[in-house]
Design a protein around this ligand. Sequence first.
Ligand SMILES: Nc1ncnc2c1ncn2[C@@H]1O[C@H](COP(=O)(O)OP(=O)(O)OP(=O)(O)O)[C@@H](O)[C@H]1O
Length: 308
Amino acid sequence: MIEVQNLTKRYGDTVAVDRLSFTVRPGQVTGFLGPNGAGKSTTMRMMLGLDRPAAGRVLINGRPYDRLTEPLRWVGALLEATAVHRGRRAQDHLRWLARSNRIPKTRVREVLAMVGLESVARKRTKGFSLGMSQRLGIAAALLGDPPVLLFDEPLNGLDPEGIVWIRNLMKRLAAEGRTVFVSSHLMNEMALTADHLVVIGRGRLLADTTVAQFVAAHTRSFVRIRTPEPERMRDVLIAAGVTVAQAADGALEADGTDAATIGEIAAARRLIVHEVSTQTASLEEAFMRLTGDVVDYRAGYGAGGPQW
Ligand SMILES: Nc1ncnc2c1ncn2[C@@H]1O[C@H](COP(=O)(O)OP(=O)(O)OP(=O)(O)O)[C@@H](O)[C@H]1O
């Protein structure tokens, strides 16, 4: 579990993280979303003791990072700019990390196999592609078999096969009961991978909810109806108390109801329907809608402006 409590970080006049509080729970993948500059990387760096907060704290399984002995056994992390000594061989990099955390040398082979880098274990990392470097960073994160894992933009530089691989890896790690916290700009991927979302904007919490609830709260879902008798259908639906509008292509869009109800109303009136489908927006649309509001707030920020 990761507990973020009233966390604040300033860089000069910039408030990068602003009284942020949330809890990341084990057994699920939690996506960490926010527009550029929202404070995601800064938050993750504070989780790992790499940046010192101006106020507040982060607890990893009940303890601040600097109180964890052999921290790789408690939390594994892939940060955007994970530093690897470029002249070092992949296995030597991992052996050095393992030794510093009293992790047995045999674990190095295991994690290299887990990330598919066995064949280049003895290669120097300066020849590695971005995707290979990401895999090496993930191997390092897994080295201590930690209960908590942080990934900052782990999909950067990965090809489609690599993206599917990491999606499955994160799900598996969560299914094993670990806490998996991952930031990404790739909304479609997050929709497929994450169970829960923490969304921030300008360093503040905007949402802490499940993916499904987030999409439902920030988008409109409606039933689309195509029929050769749109006028009659509209009259029947209005008479049944359904709010209905006509789309540009002639289809009807009914709000505040579901496809089963529409189907039953149509059948009762012997109306022909060619389509009755539930239309739900994507995570990307929900995210744009929520964070678009943040940008609007920013533009209109004045005396007595919104305190979100
Ligand atoms: N070392 C630093 N010095 C000064 N300002 C910084 C520093 N690191 C971050 N910031 C500022 O803090 C804010 C939050 O940045 P951060 O990198 O945490 O956001 P982010 O959500 O990770 O963004 P992105 O999605 O672009 O990676 C930004 O305004 C950024 O310019």
